[in-house]
Design a binder for this molecule. Sequence first.
Ligand code: PGA
Length: 251
Amino acid sequence: MRKQVIAGNWKMNMTPSKAVVLAKEIKEKNTAKDKCDIVICVPAIDIPAVYEIVKGTNIKLGAQNVHFAPSGAFTGELSVEMLNESGVEYVIIGHSERRQYFGETDQSVNKRVTAALEGGLKVILCVGELLEEREAGKTTQVVDTQTREALKGISASALKNLIIAYEPVWAIGTGKVATPEQADEVCGIIRNIIADLYSKSAADEFIIQYGGSMNAKNAKELLAMPNIDGGLIGGASLKSDDFTVIIDSAQ
Ligand code: PGA
């Protein structure tokens, strides 16, 4: 059975002092224990402070991006080694905001995924279509290309450290959530791609999250769908009560 993973993506929110307050609240309110895995992906500058709060608990620390080079002249970037040394276990790669606003491509995403997995980080790889792509009937094609390109050269043994988050771009931060059926359908398509690239048993064990306006009200229904194994939550992860309800909604 797949254990669900509930991950918060704080994006560019929470100064270090605010991050401490939020992380403490999440820790105190969390009663899920072993029911699901919990991750909070915080801004880089918050990592040291949040690490002190969550270390030794069942809340895992995540970053929001990582560079593929081990070190060097890459102003503004962070390396796998830096994240590892700071107690980070997870990293989001290929978020649509990185693709849209910061020029991430399928190729750069593949390099980052490769480096992160090789360095022992767990990766949450984001894929998903734009509204115009969905309306043009291209959802499957877009998700297929993004997934296959990102996974080029990734071995079957590395899959246990990889999660794919299906995040339709039109649902991110818009309040326009995909219906459980829409979300489940594309998560199922992704599972079939994993089966095709690796094996049926690899696909059966593989964790696929849904992300895009998941909140305290709609989480239960989304998380009950057969192909949805968790959530990547933006806005609602910034409110400890809402995030706690989502954690408690995990199956
Ligand atoms: P949202 O963001 O929950 O605010 O829609 C999700 C995400 O971008 O990961």
